[in-house]
Design a protein around this ligand. Structure first.
Ligand code: PLP
Ligand code: SF4
Length: 343
């Protein structure tokens, strides 16, 4: 029997819960994509920032409004703004920087899967992200070749008993609908040798209501151990709505870890990094990796030298308990893991 719901009824009861569940889609669709609008919202004049519209030709501007609301109006050096601002510096190339610094194009045994390290394989489930981070090493990645059909990746994992952990990455895997994710999880859960599921995502940081009750419920009922690796670079990104949603994930027994990228003028001080670790742990998240920048074209202005990175790490070790100090790593082509940077 088909029951029709009148517009009045639609505002209450289970229907509205389902709608609230999907409200993240509107927030995502309403993201800022225009530089002038972004600057307007922040009370900034174009002359105050080092932005250049030509930079968005290579990589579009994209910032969800909840993330903009965490920036300080009138501050051209806001650490969150600098992560998304299409800078003039992006237009200049530099020696050693290239489009595919990790050589990932050649590491996919089948489309949509990267299998670089023993025991774990990474599925590129979508090319879409909630936010466009200007330093991103995947900014030139040919996603259209990869995202879409998961069949070959799932068959590969199924035929490779050494793979105990499946990572969902992208793009941002939480760009997918809960229904699609749930179908994908069911496929992964049906592979007997897979024990762990790991979701690498920045979406909750920029659109907190993406952590829907449906998603939390689905993860809590998975037979797999689930890990979520967030990507937070600065403590200002840990908004109240995000903290609330993270608590739901914690209560669903999802282990929360964080990876950051060391970025010039964003988080390149001992105090900023220590505050970030403290704020993460206040919210039940453990710092995992601190990545040095991958040398991707257009990101030269974010680079922190290796000697400076080591100095910052020594400062962190002197200020925090060991479990709050992230591992400083770089990604090296052909290496069997992320490569730790010794101090
Ligand atoms: C970073 C990465 C992983 C995960 O490495 P961990 O050290 O386990 O966090 C797995 N696969 C690929 C392709 C990666 O780039
Ligand atoms: S969310 Fe992650 S993958 Fe997407 S642009 Fe930012 S750093 Fe890159």
């Amino acid at each position: 029997m088909i029951t029709r719901t009148s517009p009045v009824e639609a505002t209450s009861g289970p229907r509205s819960a389902a709608e609230a569940d999907e409200s993240w889609r509107r927030v995502l669709a309403d993201a800022i994509t225009d530089l002038d609008e972004l600057l307007d919202l922040l009370d900034l004049r174009p002359s105050q920032v080092d932005a250049d519209k030509r930079a968005v030709g290579a990589f579009a501007l994209r910032v969800p409004r909840p993330f903009v609301s965490l920036m300080t109006p009138g501050d051209p050096r806001d650490p969150l703004l600098l992560q998304v601002l299409p800078a003039r510096a992006e237009l200049s190339s530099a020696g050693g920087f290239c489009a595919d610094p990790l050589g990932e194009k050649n590491l996919a045994p089948v489309p949509g899967l990267l299998h670089k390290y023993r025991g774990r394989a990474l599925m590129v489930v979508t090319g879409a992200c909630g936010v466009h981070c200007r330093y991103c090493f995947r900014r030139h990645f040919p996603y259209s070749d990869h995202a879409g059909d998961w069949g070959p990746a799932l068959s590969y994992i199924g035929a490779e008993p050494s793979i105990q952990e499946v990572l969902l990455s992208g793009g941002d895997p939480l760009s997918l609908s809960d229904a699609k994710l749930s179908r994908l999880l069911a496929e992964i859960e049906s592979i007997p040798h897979v024990k762990r599921l790991r979701i690498h995502t920045r979406m909750p940081v920029v659109v907190p209501n993406r952590v829907t009750p449906t998603l939390v419920d689905r993860l809590s009922h998975s037979p797999l151990q689930t890990v979520m690796v967030l990507h937070v670079n600065h403590c200002n990104e840990l908004s109240k709505p995000l903290r609330k949603r993270l608590l739901h994930l914690k209560n669903a027994d999802v282990l929360l870890l964080n990876q950051s990228v060391l970025l010039r003028n964003v988080n390149d001080s001992v105090d900023t990094l220590a505050n970030l670790s403290e704020a993460l742990f206040d919210n039940g998240i453990l710092p995992y990796y601190l990545h040095v920048l991958d040398r991707v074209d257009g990101a030269t202005h974010f680079e922190v030298s290796e000697s400076e990175a080591k100095r910052l790490m020594r400062g962190l070790l002197a200020s925090l308990p060991g479990y709050l100090v992230p591992k400083l790593v770089r990604e090296q082509q052909g290496a069997p893991s992320k490569t730790p940077i010794g101090l």
